[in-house]
Design a protein around this ligand. Structure first.
Ligand code: SF4
Length: 314
């Protein structure tokens, strides 16, 4: 085993609106009980690099030495770029790529330090900030997202983003726990708070559960256990099948979001990767709506679903 940490490499992953992404850590200390991503990423990296030291941080040295970069970078596809072990790497990456006109999307449920905001504020037109907050109930958040800060700290990220002049600020309600998070009065209060804190858009997607054994594990987690009981329908997502809430309930909630967000001056979109059947509604099916002009992945998927529904006929 070498003493060197694993190098961070940009990847293009299905399901992130075809964006380039960069992870800065192996796994994620936020330890959200529902998270499929960080465990998959940690296993994959350790499998690909059996001879490297299994540290928590990835090495960004090779990335910082690159002569060129993708025009847009999503931070981060499988981990949180503001989890404790990621922050130093994040600052170095931002210092390198922002002056080179690379656009960055930062998606976090963590606390964004002011020094990171100061870096972003030098290039506000290049930055899209996505703050994860599905519930104002900190008992729910502590049970389900034990490594993440309370709701007030995440709302403060939104307020500071606007204070520092960022122009593309999204509140991300993902995953929405059915039966726990989706009561209209509860969601209306949350929308009021995120709109009041300065968000311009909202993206929301219901919880989904893998077919391979995760239901049993999730049932033991407070709040998640209740939500899993509502995931009764097989649902096609990018890359496979999962259990989720019935399609009718999902559409009804997303149409509600579409109306209620519009009433508060917010854009709304859901991630089309997380249910390939979600076409033809009034709402957008790209989580990057309205900041990217197109989301290639959902369009390709929609074509595929149409072909499958038509028995393979073009
Ligand atoms: S913050 Fe994101 S990447 Fe980290 S554990 Fe939670 S869902 Fe997974």
């Amino acid at each position: 085993m070498t003493g060197h940490p694993i190098p961070a490499k940009p990847v293009r992953v299905d399901g992130f609106c075809n964006q380039w992404g960069l992870d800065l850590t192996v796994g994620c200390r936020h330890a959200c009980a529902y998270c499929h991503f960080q465990k998959y990423q940690a296993l994959t990296l350790r499998h690909e690099h059996p001879d490297h030291e299994p540290g928590e941080s990835l090495s960004v040295e090779e990335f910082l030495d690159r002569p060129e970069y993708p025009p847009e970078l999503y931070l981060s596809p499988f981990t949180d770029p503001l989890a404790p072990a990621a922050r130093a790497n994040l600052e170095r990456v931002l210092q390198r790529v922002l002056p080179l006109s690379v656009k960055v999307g930062i998606s976090t449920k963590g606390v964004i330090p002011r020094r990171v905001f100061r870096l972003l504020a030098r290039h506000p037109e290049q930055v899209r900030l996505i703050v994860g907050l599905t519930s104002l109930d900190d008992r729910r958040n502590a049970a389900v997202e034990p490594g993440c800060p309370p709701a007030t700290a995440r709302l403060a990220n939104l307020r500071l983003a606007r204070e520092y002049g960022l122009q593309k600020v999204t509140a991300r309600l993902d995953p929405l726990l059915p039966g726990v998070d989706d009561a209209p009065d509860q969601l209306a209060t949350l929308l009021d708070r995120v709109a009041g804190a300065g968000a311009q858009s909202v993206t929301a997607s219901y919880l989904f559960v893998s077919l391979f054994g995760s239901k049993q594990r999730l049932r033991e987690v407070p709040y998640l256990g209740d939500a899993v009981g509502h995931c009764t329908e097989l649902c096609p997502i990018e890359g496979g099948m999962v259990y989720s809430v019935p399609l009718g309930r999902k559409r009804q909630t997303y149409e509600w979001f579409h109306r209620e967000c519009a009433a508060r001056g917010l854009y709304f979109g859901t991630c089309g990767c997380k249910d390939l059947r979600l076409t033809g509604g009034g709402f957008a099916t790209a989580c990057t709506h309205p900041y990217r002009s197109e989301c290639e992945a959902p369009r390709l998927r929609s074509d595929r679903v149409r072909r499958e529904e038509g028995g393979g006929r073009e």
